[in-house]
Design a protein around this ligand. Sequence first.
Ligand SMILES: [Zn+2]
Length: 256
Amino acid sequence: MNQPCVIYDSARACGPSPDRRPRTRYISQQLRQMLDAALELLFPPRCAGCQRVDTVWCEECQCLLDALPFPERQVGVRGHLAAFASSGDHEGLLRKALLALKYENTPQLAGPLGARLATLVEGLQWEADFLVPVPLHPARERERGYNQTQLIGQSLAQKIAVPLADDALYRTSNTRAQVGLTRQQRKDNVSKAFVARTDQVQGRDLLLVDDVYTTGATLGECALVLAEAGARSVFGLTLTQAVSPANHGGGTTEWM
Ligand SMILES: [Zn+2]
């Protein structure tokens, strides 16, 4: 059933051969393109911000995003982080764009979101040798097709010309999603979930990037692991920060 030659050459014996593979690949690419075109006709892309048809992110929403101020109160030392900043509250347009990137298979949104972080970082004057995105467990990444934080990190790295060290930190356990957990449960959930590569982080100043700051459990654990591996300093940066009771001493969060 999966023998590729059956599609276009049923008269010949089946089985992959070196001279058939390129043609098979070409045909499957054509089929994929046709399927994509048909799906786009049936289900046209919609803007993540305003639901306008035919684009995943429209110019008007980009203008609104550009006009959104950065919250100064979110900058400061937190736990193992030398400093922390977020580009906005986890609500409205930012939240819509991030959720679409995360759950609606729209990796294109990493571009404008990374650009927003770049504008924020340029005003902070942090010095970093490498940018480190918070990793997903490989199984979760396979399921989603990409790591949204890594894509945002790639976009940011290009714009601020700081190299991305996307394998400096990796996830060893596939923890459950943090949604709906209390502060302590979140902390326990990510405890010992990450490992840092000492040769990549020792003596370095690092800019750790994540999508959302809720209780700080994930960023805090990553910063601890990076510090234990010899990082000189770790700055924390997220696209959004939840405004919830969880940031003020307890409770659950339903923000995601
Ligand atoms: Zn829009």
